[in-house]
Design a protein around this ligand. Sequence first.
Ligand code: MN
Length: 232
Amino acid sequence: MVELVFPAAPHTTVAVAHRDAVFPVRRIYCVGRNYLAHAREMGADMREPPFFFQKPADAIVASGSTIAWPPATRNLHHEVELVLAIGRPGFAIAAPDARQHVFGVAVGIDLTRRDLQEAAKKARQPWESGKSFDASAPVGAIHPLEAAEPLPGKGRITLSVNDVVRQDGDLAEMIWDCAEIIAQLSRQFRLEAGDLVFTGTPAGVGPMQPGDRLVGRIEGLEPVVLSISATR
Ligand code: MN
């Protein structure tokens, strides 16, 4: 075994609900504009094929954490999303087979530096600065799907800031459902166990302030809770 020149970074993990185990994260994929009302609020209005971007695996933040105000932004937005946790590898997965590749589901927040994202869009540059920064992926505990449990197709999804509900939608409003997302994503990338897929956000995204406390909820799942430190 070749010696490492310095110790490797610890593997990022996400808690698994009701189990003394954690889910090792490989990659984080995210779907853009997957709820019609949110696509409209962002200025788009079509059932285009879903598009994907990535966040680094070490952008994961455990539920219950407090994070520093992210650097280089004055316009930090919350996007509450259903997250699929892939448990079985696959390439070009057919939608009816997608369920077999999912270990479990969780609630996540796709934190977005909206000012940097908008600047990138305008300049036709990639989205990394707006989407893929440190601590940009808070995720709650993963609910393992039981053998007979289907992929979620409906259920209330909400995000509150300081106990005021800002986003309030239903998973049934997704333009591309979970199985279709996995089918389309797996045509572009070979999915592996440990991949997480953020499936898009309902309407109501908006700016946060230092000191805010966020709670993201999806019916039947463990909430994700995140605090932002009080100083910029
Ligand atoms: Mn998003």
